[in-house]
Write a protein of this length. Structure first.
Length: 336
């Protein structure tokens, strides 16, 4: 579905905040808005509304997973447009007594204005339980919430961030990899209660380096954990953390032992387990692990190796500052 020129013109007004129901965005915040959408657009200082309309026209020509919905990139822009944090920050800035002609904006009023704009296109925008905006075609029922996010080529900035992440993984410890990179990655993907176990109490991990939960649109929760390895996972039979048999034992332990959810004050069993490696997970290791698990346990396992992690993290953690791990200084290195 392609949106009309009139809709794109009004949508551009909403993005820059020239519409009375949407927060105002200066040049800096327009660039930040598109960056949050995963788009490498940088405002060049020209007229904001016209520049944004040109970018939206480009996105309107993109591909869509559903012929009854706008392009995937445009749908992502519309979803980000109703982030409640933007509205709260704008209202907070306008509460200053020194602001002339202050106005208050709300997500509800903005959503109503947008739905009036796209009603003739057969589209309806709505918020789910987590406050995220989705699009639905009122005629066919096609819904952006049910579509998978398709990958796109990395931008120049994302390629640079991917290289920084790769260099960080080469020197980071397993705990640093978990706490400084994986935790924010899963948090930004919508997981709740992302909790790293660490390695100070290995006996209490029960094969879980990290656990989290995800809220389904139906209101139910599903639970995940992650078994994280810094090195390559292979089936060569070597001892230690690289041994795929060790990973198998830890996976079985994680599946069999419940976790305590403090939000519900009860123990729950895991639904899925991530096996994550900062190196490679060989094909032989994957096949061996799957072959050793019975049909009931097999469905729990999700693999993520270095390349897959870097491709996702380069987009999602584009603004994450990556500092090299601190270098330990020995007494002999002190010059006095």
């Amino acid at each position: 579905m392609k949106l009309t020129e009139r809709v794109l013109e009004k949508l551009a007004e909403m993005v820059v905040g020239d519409h009375p129901h949407f927060p105002y965005r200066s040049s800096y915040y327009i660039t930040g808005f598109f960056k949050r959408c995963g788009l490498p657009f940088v405002h060049d200082g020209s007229t904001r509304r016209i520049w944004v309309q040109e970018r939206l026209t480009e996105l309107n020509l993109g591909t869509s997973q559903s012929p009854d919905l706008p392009s995937d990139d445009l749908a992502r822009v519309i979803s980000e447009l109703f982030d409640s944090d933007d509205f709260d920050r704008y209202n907070e800035r306008n509460s200053d007594p020194g602001v002339r002609n202050p106005r208050t904006v709300t997500v509800e009023a903005a959503l109503e204005s947008f739905n009036k704009l796209v009603a003739k296109s057969g589209l309806v925008a709505y918020l789910d339980n987590s406050g995220r905006c989705h699009l639905r075609n009122s005629g066919t029922g096609a819904n952006s919430a049910s579509l998978t996010q398709q990958t796109r080529p990395l931008s120049t900035e994302e390629i640079g961030q991917r290289q920084k992440l790769s260099e960080y993984l080469d020197s980071a410890s397993e705990d640093e990899f978990t706490e400084r990179v994986l935790v924010p990655l899963f948090q930004r993907q919508g997981f709740h209660r992302v909790s790293a176990a660490g390695h100070t109490e290995k006996t209490l991990e029960f094969g879980k380096d990290l656990w989290m939960k995800f809220h389904l649109p139906t209101g139910h929760w599903i639970y995940f954990c992650a078994q994280i390895k810094k090195d390559k996972i292979d089936s060569a039979g070597s001892s230690g953390g690289k041994n795929v048999a060790t990973v198998l034992n830890q996976a079985r332990m994680a599946i069999d032992h419940p976790i305590f959810d403090p939000d519900t004050n009860r123990k729950v069993l895991l639904d899925h387990i991530f096996i994550i490696s900062a190196g490679e997970i060989t094909r032989a290791a994957r096949e061996w692990l799957v072959g050793q698990l019975d049909a009931g346990q097999r469905r729990h396992i999700i693999f993520m190796d270095r390349e897959e992690f870097l491709d996702q993290a380069a987009r999602i953690l584009l603004d994450l500052r990556i500092d090299p791990p601190p270098v330990e200084i020995a007494d002999d290195d002190i010059p006095f």
